[in-house]
Design a protein around this ligand. Structure first.
Ligand code: SF4
Length: 322
């Protein structure tokens, strides 16, 4: 059986809202409101949802770039929510992040060599010669050349900059990479090159990915399993195959109907999502999706559906399947 790398249990992040002259707490933005899932070694879990669903906050909580309000995150059976700063610094070597906007995340005043060397210096890995050698190796791994080491971020195209972002994440030989919308800022033609690179690297180094995206089309081919998020919670979680062939949650159905299909025969009428995503500071009572759901029943307005396994390996939070 494949080993579990990450176990997330009832993870929450509530940001307090303050008001009045005394700055008293008047409410909470429930950015992440009770996530439970596992990630197996070597798999890619896609996390998908509209902007404001809490997927990027989730990525930051898993790396403990943010402290959770409640819940547990076990990485290789070690609880990371209670680690000291020093323990966390050591663990970060194993868990890295690739960001959406490679330009904003690369220091424009540093050469690629300096950018790539930095994680090794932070973690005290290798001497100067060894670090330079690793920079050369990694540039080749991500499809760049050794002469690129002396250049600055502005001298590269968007796709090349994302390759540098991926190279930086790989420098410490991590086990887990959280990629937060890594191809959203790129042209469609470049997106597939970067996705292919991520897949090749996974096969070569046995990496585990959490791939965050707002579009189900992007995560389809790279993800083994996909979790669909709505207002800080997972509403459906299953294998890519099952999710795309037979989505069960009404929200997933709507998201999927918006994904372009190459074969016109297979094309379905795109269902439009009614209204805006409600504010996470004031989520609807009961099922958070009930204000936009075509199948809403009385119970949906009163009782929140829990995420349940309705078929083997297929979890859904919806009263239609209770
Ligand atoms: Fe729609 Fe009710 Fe299911 Fe929510 S619980 S998705 S409102 S049918």
């Amino acid at each position: 059986m494949t080993e579990t790398l990450l176990q997330v249990r009832d993870l929450k992040k509530h940001f307090p809202i303050t008001g009045g002259v005394l700055g008293k707490k008047v409410g909470d933005v429930k950015a992440v409101d009770g996530l439970t899932f596992d990630v197996k070694k070597g798999e890619t879990l896609g996390l998908v949802g509209e902007s404001g669903c809490g997927k990027s906050t989730t990525g930051r909580l898993l790396l403990r770039l943010l402290d959770p309000s409640e819940g547990s995150v076990l990485f290789e059976n070690k609880e990371i929510t209670s680690l000291s700063k020093e323990e966390l610094r050591r663990l970060r070597r194993e868990m890295q992040m690739v960001f959406q906007d490679p330009y904003a995340s690369l220091n424009p005043r540093h050469t690629v060599e300096k950018i790539l060397e930095e994680p090794l210096i932070v973690h005290g890995i290798g001497n100067k010669t060894e670090r330079k050698k690793r920079v050369q190796e990694i540039l080749e791994v991500v499809g760049l050349s050794s002469y690129h080491a002396k250049r600055y971020p502005h001298q590269f195209s968007g796709g090349q900059r994302q390759r540098i972002g991926i190279a930086r994440a790989l420098m410490t030989k991590p086990k887990l990479i959280i990629a937060d919308e890594p191809v959203s800022a790129l042209d469609v033609s470049i997106q597939s090159q970067v996705l292919n690179l991520l897949e090749d690297l996974q096969n070569e180094f046995g990496l585990t990915y959490i791939f965050i995206a707002h579009d189900l089309g992007v995560v389809r081919h790279i993800s083994d399993r996909v979790g669909v998020m709505y207002l800080g919670r997972i509403v459906e979680l299953t294998t890519s195959e099952k999710l795309y062939a037979k989505p069960l949650h009404p929200y997933t159905e709507v998201l999927l109907s918006a994904v372009p299909v190459p074969d016109p025969e297979m094309r379905k009428e795109a269902a439009l999502l009614e209204g805006e995503i409600p504010s996470p500071s004031n989520p609807p009572k009961g099922c958070a999706f009930h204000t936009r759901c075509h199948a809403c029943m009385d119970i949906c307005k009163q009782t929140r559906p829990e995420l349940k396994e309705v078929e083997e390996g297929h979890f859904v939070a919806c009263h239609l399947f209770n």
